[in-house]
Design a protein. Structure first.
Length: 228
């Protein structure tokens, strides 16, 4: 332990901060896109159209059955080849690591947010939807105006918890050589041969952020329970 040099953290702090900013940005974009896409999937799963419900269920089960790392690699390496075969281009289009990360996380997290929103929708009393139909509203209007606002409020703590998990999972993009928080620490550790210092610093930062956010979610859950 006497050979550890934690001063290296101070020297590269702006570089690490930029990586952390990218991690937070990717988390927010993926969470927002995942909630929107996941809500549409949840509504599709609960719709009366059997083909639509089966298609949505198939997508959700597929994504939830495959490790995220494989999804990232498949999209990054295989999607350009697939697009080349579909378009007939001479060369595979360059999607890029960062763009692949955004698309992959939105598509993957949508499956998990779908199940959360489906549970939230099913928690709303069916009589409220029936009242909406009695007023002449169609399925999508009932969902948008009556059911979804209440479901989002009920599932807000669970949605935020899934967003915290997403924040941790974003570290996998470092395997695509994307300079997120972990990726920045890996590059500094390899350059300066300070693996222990950098990985320990990353672990401490993740613990502080995730623990603080989890505590805030628990407090929010208590307040929602009190209002009910």
């Amino acid at each position: 332990m006497g050979d550890l040099d934690f001063e290296v953290i101070g020297r590269v702090l702006p570089y690490l901060a930029a990586g952390l900013q990218y991690t937070i940005q990717l988390t927010l974009v993926a969470a927002a896109g995942g909630v929107v896409f996941g809500t549409l999937l949840a509504m599709a799963r609960l719709s009366a159209s059997r083909p639509l419900a089966l298609a949505a269920a198939g997508y959700v089960n597929l994504m939830r059955s495959i490790p995220l790392l494989l999804v990232i690699f498949w999209f990054y390496f295989l999607m350009p080849v697939l697009l080349q075969s579909l378009t007939g281009a001479e060369r595979p289009p360059q999607i890029g690591a960062e763009r692949s990360a955004y698309i992959t996380f939105i598509l993957f997290e949508a499956a998990y947010f779908c199940e959360i929103m489906r549970a939230g929708i099913q928690s709303i009393a069916k009589g409220q939807a029936g009242a909406g139909y009695a007023l002449g509203l169609n399925y999508w209007q009932v969902m948008r105006l009556i059911v979804l606002p209440q479901a989002l409020r009920n599932m807000l703590p669970v949605l935020l918890t899934q967003a915290i998990i997403l924040f941790q999972d974003v570290s996998l993009v470092s395997l695509l050589n994307v300079t997120d928080f972990v990726g920045a620490a890996v590059k500094v550790a390899q350059r300066d041969s300070r693996v222990v210092e950098m990985y320990l610093f990353v672990a401490v930062v993740y613990f502080i952020l995730c623990y603080s956010l989890s505590a805030a979610v628990k407090q929010l859950q208590r307040r929602i329970a009190i209002v009910r």
